[in-house]
Design a protein around this ligand. Structure first.
Ligand SMILES: Cc1ncc(C[n+]2csc(CCOP(=O)(O)OP(=O)(O)O)c2C)c(N)n1
Ligand SMILES: O=c1ccn([C@@H]2O[C@H](COP(=O)(O)O)[C@@H](O)[C@H]2O)c(=O)[nH]1
Length: 259
Protein backbone atom coordinates (compact mmCIF):
# COMPACT_ATOMS: atom_id res chain seq x y z
CA UNK A 1 0.00 0.00 0.00
CA UNK A 2 1.30 3.50 -0.87
CA UNK A 3 2.15 5.82 2.06
CA UNK A 4 -0.11 8.61 0.89
CA UNK A 5 -1.90 8.98 -2.41
CA UNK A 6 -1.76 12.56 -3.66
CA UNK A 7 -4.71 13.97 -5.60
CA UNK A 8 -4.97 17.32 -7.36
CA UNK A 9 -7.53 16.69 -10.10
CA UNK A 10 -9.11 20.14 -9.94
CA UNK A 11 -5.78 21.74 -10.73
CA UNK A 12 -5.14 19.13 -13.42
CA UNK A 13 -8.37 19.74 -15.29
CA UNK A 14 -8.34 23.50 -14.95
CA UNK A 15 -4.69 24.02 -15.81
CA UNK A 16 -4.80 21.20 -18.36
CA UNK A 17 -1.03 21.11 -18.45
CA UNK A 18 0.14 19.12 -15.46
CA UNK A 19 -0.49 15.77 -17.07
CA UNK A 20 -1.40 15.35 -20.66
CA UNK A 21 -1.41 11.62 -20.23
CA UNK A 22 -5.12 11.28 -20.06
CA UNK A 23 -7.96 9.84 -22.03
CA UNK A 24 -11.44 11.29 -22.29
CA UNK A 25 -14.64 9.36 -22.61
CA UNK A 26 -18.08 10.81 -23.42
CA UNK A 27 -21.01 8.86 -21.99
CA UNK A 28 -24.63 9.19 -23.01
CA UNK A 29 -25.40 12.06 -20.66
CA UNK A 30 -26.26 15.71 -21.26
CA UNK A 31 -23.18 17.76 -22.07
CA UNK A 32 -24.30 20.76 -20.08
CA UNK A 33 -21.19 22.25 -18.59
CA UNK A 34 -21.67 25.74 -17.21
CA UNK A 35 -18.20 26.64 -18.39
CA UNK A 36 -16.97 28.20 -21.59
CA UNK A 37 -17.03 25.60 -24.33
CA UNK A 38 -13.27 26.12 -24.73
CA UNK A 39 -12.75 24.18 -21.52
CA UNK A 40 -14.31 21.08 -23.02
CA UNK A 41 -12.76 21.35 -26.45
CA UNK A 42 -9.39 21.89 -24.85
CA UNK A 43 -9.82 18.87 -22.60
CA UNK A 44 -10.87 16.89 -25.68
CA UNK A 45 -8.07 18.15 -27.93
CA UNK A 46 -5.28 17.62 -25.44
CA UNK A 47 -6.27 14.07 -24.55
CA UNK A 48 -3.99 11.28 -25.71
CA UNK A 49 -7.04 9.25 -26.62
CA UNK A 50 -10.67 10.22 -27.16
CA UNK A 51 -13.62 7.90 -26.98
CA UNK A 52 -17.39 8.22 -27.21
CA UNK A 53 -19.76 5.61 -25.86
CA UNK A 54 -22.92 4.66 -27.72
CA UNK A 55 -25.45 7.53 -27.34
CA UNK A 56 -22.56 9.69 -26.09
CA UNK A 57 -21.36 9.89 -29.68
CA UNK A 58 -24.53 11.59 -30.87
CA UNK A 59 -24.46 13.86 -27.81
CA UNK A 60 -20.91 14.88 -28.69
CA UNK A 61 -21.76 15.55 -32.36
CA UNK A 62 -24.86 17.54 -31.37
CA UNK A 63 -22.88 19.56 -28.87
CA UNK A 64 -20.26 20.42 -31.51
CA UNK A 65 -22.94 21.48 -33.97
CA UNK A 66 -24.78 23.52 -31.35
CA UNK A 67 -21.56 25.40 -30.63
CA UNK A 68 -20.95 25.97 -34.34
CA UNK A 69 -17.91 23.77 -34.69
CA UNK A 70 -17.13 22.57 -38.19
CA UNK A 71 -16.96 18.77 -37.97
CA UNK A 72 -14.20 18.70 -40.58
CA UNK A 73 -11.98 20.74 -38.30
CA UNK A 74 -12.60 18.87 -35.06
CA UNK A 75 -10.64 15.84 -33.90
CA UNK A 76 -12.84 12.80 -34.16
CA UNK A 77 -12.75 10.20 -31.39
CA UNK A 78 -10.19 7.46 -31.90
CA UNK A 79 -12.74 4.99 -30.51
CA UNK A 80 -16.51 4.73 -30.46
CA UNK A 81 -17.99 1.68 -28.74
CA UNK A 82 -21.30 0.43 -27.46
CA UNK A 83 -24.11 -2.01 -27.98
CA UNK A 84 -25.36 0.72 -30.32
CA UNK A 85 -28.93 0.68 -29.05
CA UNK A 86 -28.80 4.46 -28.65
CA UNK A 87 -26.98 5.33 -31.84
CA UNK A 88 -28.87 6.34 -34.98
CA UNK A 89 -27.94 4.40 -38.13
CA UNK A 90 -26.89 7.65 -39.82
CA UNK A 91 -24.34 8.29 -37.07
CA UNK A 92 -22.86 4.80 -37.49
CA UNK A 93 -22.68 5.47 -41.25
CA UNK A 94 -20.99 8.81 -40.68
CA UNK A 95 -18.18 7.13 -38.75
CA UNK A 96 -17.51 4.63 -41.55
CA UNK A 97 -15.91 7.53 -43.40
CA UNK A 98 -13.67 8.67 -40.57
CA UNK A 99 -10.59 7.20 -38.87
CA UNK A 100 -12.63 6.37 -35.76
CA UNK A 101 -12.58 2.70 -34.79
CA UNK A 102 -16.19 1.63 -34.24
CA UNK A 103 -16.40 -1.27 -31.78
CA UNK A 104 -19.61 -3.18 -31.20
CA UNK A 105 -19.85 -4.42 -27.59
CA UNK A 106 -23.10 -6.42 -27.40
CA UNK A 107 -22.66 -8.07 -23.97
CA UNK A 108 -25.71 -7.21 -21.86
CA UNK A 109 -24.15 -8.16 -18.50
CA UNK A 110 -22.01 -5.04 -18.30
CA UNK A 111 -22.70 -1.41 -19.07
CA UNK A 112 -21.38 0.20 -22.21
CA UNK A 113 -19.21 2.37 -19.96
CA UNK A 114 -17.41 -0.60 -18.39
CA UNK A 115 -16.99 -2.29 -21.76
CA UNK A 116 -15.64 0.99 -23.15
CA UNK A 117 -12.99 1.12 -20.41
CA UNK A 118 -11.85 -2.35 -21.46
CA UNK A 119 -11.67 -1.33 -25.14
CA UNK A 120 -9.82 1.87 -24.27
CA UNK A 121 -7.27 -0.09 -22.27
CA UNK A 122 -6.78 -2.60 -25.09
CA UNK A 123 -6.34 0.22 -27.60
CA UNK A 124 -3.75 1.99 -25.47
CA UNK A 125 -1.80 -1.23 -24.96
CA UNK A 126 -1.86 -2.07 -28.67
CA UNK A 127 -0.72 1.44 -29.66
CA UNK A 128 1.73 1.82 -26.74
CA UNK A 129 -0.14 4.91 -25.53
CA UNK A 130 0.58 5.69 -21.88
CA UNK A 131 -2.26 7.27 -19.97
CA UNK A 132 -2.50 7.65 -16.21
CA UNK A 133 -5.95 9.25 -16.02
CA UNK A 134 -9.34 8.90 -17.65
CA UNK A 135 -12.00 11.60 -17.41
CA UNK A 136 -15.47 10.28 -18.12
CA UNK A 137 -18.05 12.98 -18.84
CA UNK A 138 -20.78 11.58 -16.64
CA UNK A 139 -23.45 14.03 -15.64
CA UNK A 140 -25.12 12.95 -12.41
CA UNK A 141 -28.67 13.84 -13.35
CA UNK A 142 -31.32 11.57 -14.84
CA UNK A 143 -31.34 7.80 -14.51
CA UNK A 144 -30.48 6.70 -10.97
CA UNK A 145 -29.60 3.16 -12.16
CA UNK A 146 -27.00 4.60 -14.54
CA UNK A 147 -25.66 6.99 -11.93
CA UNK A 148 -25.09 4.03 -9.61
CA UNK A 149 -23.72 1.88 -12.46
CA UNK A 150 -21.23 4.65 -13.24
CA UNK A 151 -20.11 4.59 -9.60
CA UNK A 152 -19.86 0.82 -9.83
CA UNK A 153 -17.47 1.40 -12.74
CA UNK A 154 -15.20 3.25 -10.31
CA UNK A 155 -15.08 0.09 -8.20
CA UNK A 156 -14.61 -2.24 -11.18
CA UNK A 157 -12.09 -0.20 -13.13
CA UNK A 158 -8.97 -1.35 -11.27
CA UNK A 159 -9.39 -4.83 -12.72
CA UNK A 160 -9.73 -3.27 -16.17
CA UNK A 161 -7.42 -0.25 -16.36
CA UNK A 162 -5.00 -1.12 -13.54
CA UNK A 163 -3.43 1.89 -11.85
CA UNK A 164 -4.92 4.42 -14.30
CA UNK A 165 -7.18 6.82 -12.39
CA UNK A 166 -10.81 7.21 -13.35
CA UNK A 167 -12.78 10.41 -12.64
CA UNK A 168 -16.45 11.05 -13.24
CA UNK A 169 -16.59 14.64 -14.46
CA UNK A 170 -20.00 16.27 -14.29
CA UNK A 171 -20.95 19.87 -14.89
CA UNK A 172 -20.74 20.67 -11.18
CA UNK A 173 -18.99 17.74 -9.54
CA UNK A 174 -15.96 15.52 -9.70
CA UNK A 175 -16.15 12.03 -8.25
CA UNK A 176 -13.64 9.24 -7.79
CA UNK A 177 -12.79 6.31 -5.56
CA UNK A 178 -10.32 6.50 -2.70
CA UNK A 179 -8.78 3.08 -2.06
CA UNK A 180 -8.13 1.79 1.43
CA UNK A 181 -5.21 3.81 2.78
CA UNK A 182 -4.19 7.46 3.17
CA UNK A 183 -5.04 10.24 0.74
CA UNK A 184 -4.19 13.90 0.35
CA UNK A 185 -6.60 15.93 -1.79
CA UNK A 186 -5.71 19.44 -2.90
CA UNK A 187 -8.64 21.86 -2.68
CA UNK A 188 -8.52 25.00 -4.85
CA UNK A 189 -9.05 28.24 -2.97
CA UNK A 190 -12.33 29.25 -4.70
CA UNK A 191 -13.91 26.05 -3.43
CA UNK A 192 -12.64 26.62 0.10
CA UNK A 193 -13.60 30.29 0.14
CA UNK A 194 -17.12 29.55 -1.02
CA UNK A 195 -17.48 26.55 1.28
CA UNK A 196 -18.50 24.31 -1.59
CA UNK A 197 -19.85 20.88 -0.76
CA UNK A 198 -17.88 17.65 -0.62
CA UNK A 199 -18.81 14.14 0.45
CA UNK A 200 -17.47 10.76 1.54
CA UNK A 201 -19.82 8.01 0.42
CA UNK A 202 -19.35 4.43 1.66
CA UNK A 203 -21.16 3.00 -1.34
CA UNK A 204 -19.32 -0.30 -1.73
CA UNK A 205 -19.10 -1.25 1.91
CA UNK A 206 -18.93 0.37 5.35
CA UNK A 207 -15.59 1.93 6.16
CA UNK A 208 -13.81 3.49 9.09
CA UNK A 209 -12.61 6.96 8.17
CA UNK A 210 -10.46 9.73 9.65
CA UNK A 211 -10.12 13.11 7.99
CA UNK A 212 -8.49 16.52 8.35
CA UNK A 213 -9.34 19.73 6.51
CA UNK A 214 -13.11 19.32 6.59
CA UNK A 215 -15.66 21.32 8.52
CA UNK A 216 -17.11 18.06 9.85
CA UNK A 217 -14.05 15.84 10.30
CA UNK A 218 -14.23 12.16 11.08
CA UNK A 219 -12.09 10.47 13.70
CA UNK A 220 -12.04 6.72 13.09
CA UNK A 221 -15.79 6.89 12.57
CA UNK A 222 -17.69 4.26 10.71
CA UNK A 223 -19.44 5.41 7.54
CA UNK A 224 -22.28 3.11 6.63
CA UNK A 225 -25.58 3.43 4.79
CA UNK A 226 -28.39 3.34 7.29
CA UNK A 227 -26.11 5.13 9.70
CA UNK A 228 -23.54 7.86 9.07
CA UNK A 229 -22.83 9.04 5.51
CA UNK A 230 -20.83 12.24 5.09
CA UNK A 231 -22.83 14.43 2.71
CA UNK A 232 -23.10 18.25 2.59
CA UNK A 233 -19.67 18.45 4.17
CA UNK A 234 -17.33 21.31 3.31
CA UNK A 235 -13.82 22.60 3.95
CA UNK A 236 -12.26 24.05 7.07
CA UNK A 237 -9.98 26.35 5.04
CA UNK A 238 -6.92 24.14 4.80
CA UNK A 239 -5.42 23.69 1.32
CA UNK A 240 -5.34 19.95 1.79
CA UNK A 241 -7.95 17.47 2.90
CA UNK A 242 -6.57 14.19 4.20
CA UNK A 243 -8.60 11.03 4.30
CA UNK A 244 -7.61 7.72 5.85
CA UNK A 245 -9.95 4.83 5.23
CA UNK A 246 -9.85 1.09 5.85
CA UNK A 247 -11.98 0.29 2.77
CA UNK A 248 -12.57 2.05 -0.55
CA UNK A 249 -14.80 5.10 -0.22
CA UNK A 250 -16.24 7.42 -2.88
CA UNK A 251 -15.11 11.03 -2.70
CA UNK A 252 -17.29 13.57 -4.49
CA UNK A 253 -16.81 17.33 -4.60
CA UNK A 254 -18.40 20.38 -6.11
CA UNK A 255 -16.46 22.01 -8.91
CA UNK A 256 -18.98 24.85 -9.24
CA UNK A 257 -17.44 28.06 -10.55
CA UNK A 258 -14.13 26.33 -11.15
CA UNK A 259 -14.36 25.56 -14.85
C1 LIG B 1 -28.70 -9.13 -12.75
C2 LIG B 1 -28.75 -8.32 -14.03
N1 LIG B 1 -29.48 -7.19 -14.00
C3 LIG B 1 -29.55 -6.44 -15.12
C4 LIG B 1 -28.93 -6.84 -16.28
C5 LIG B 1 -29.15 -6.06 -17.51
N2 LIG B 1 -28.04 -5.26 -17.89
C6 LIG B 1 -26.99 -4.95 -17.09
S1 LIG B 1 -25.83 -4.04 -17.85
C7 LIG B 1 -26.77 -3.98 -19.24
C8 LIG B 1 -26.31 -3.21 -20.46
C9 LIG B 1 -26.65 -1.76 -20.26
O1 LIG B 1 -26.26 -1.09 -21.39
P1 LIG B 1 -25.95 0.45 -21.34
O2 LIG B 1 -25.81 0.82 -22.78
O3 LIG B 1 -24.82 0.72 -20.46
O4 LIG B 1 -27.24 1.09 -20.71
P2 LIG B 1 -28.71 1.31 -21.31
O5 LIG B 1 -28.79 2.80 -21.55
O6 LIG B 1 -28.80 0.53 -22.59
O7 LIG B 1 -29.63 0.85 -20.24
C10 LIG B 1 -27.95 -4.67 -19.12
C11 LIG B 1 -29.01 -4.82 -20.15
C12 LIG B 1 -28.15 -8.03 -16.23
N3 LIG B 1 -27.46 -8.47 -17.32
N4 LIG B 1 -28.07 -8.74 -15.10
O1 LIG C 1 -29.05 8.06 -18.54
C1 LIG C 1 -27.92 7.63 -18.79
C2 LIG C 1 -27.66 6.87 -19.94
C3 LIG C 1 -26.40 6.41 -20.16
N1 LIG C 1 -25.38 6.70 -19.31
C4 LIG C 1 -24.01 6.22 -19.57
O2 LIG C 1 -23.70 6.19 -20.94
C5 LIG C 1 -23.34 4.85 -21.34
C6 LIG C 1 -23.89 4.59 -22.71
O3 LIG C 1 -25.29 4.67 -22.63
P1 LIG C 1 -26.30 4.24 -23.81
O4 LIG C 1 -27.65 4.43 -23.20
O5 LIG C 1 -25.99 2.84 -24.15
O6 LIG C 1 -26.05 5.13 -24.94
C7 LIG C 1 -23.91 3.95 -20.26
O7 LIG C 1 -23.17 2.76 -20.10
C8 LIG C 1 -23.78 4.83 -19.03
O8 LIG C 1 -22.48 4.77 -18.50
C9 LIG C 1 -25.63 7.45 -18.18
O9 LIG C 1 -24.72 7.71 -17.37
N2 LIG C 1 -26.90 7.90 -17.95
Amino acid sequence: MKDMEIWSPCEDITEKVKSKNYGILVLNVPIAFNCSHHFLTNLWDQAKVRMTVDGGTQRWLDWLKMNNYNLDEVRMPELFSGDMDSTPEATLDFFKHTCTQVIYTPNQDETDFVKALRELHKYCEAKCIQIDTIYALADTSGRLDQIIANINALYKCKQIIGSCKLFLLAKNSLTWLLDAGKHSISIPQPLRDREKWCALLPIGEPCQVSTTGLKWNLDKQKLKFGNLVSTSNTYSGSEIVTVETDHPVVWSMSIDNLL
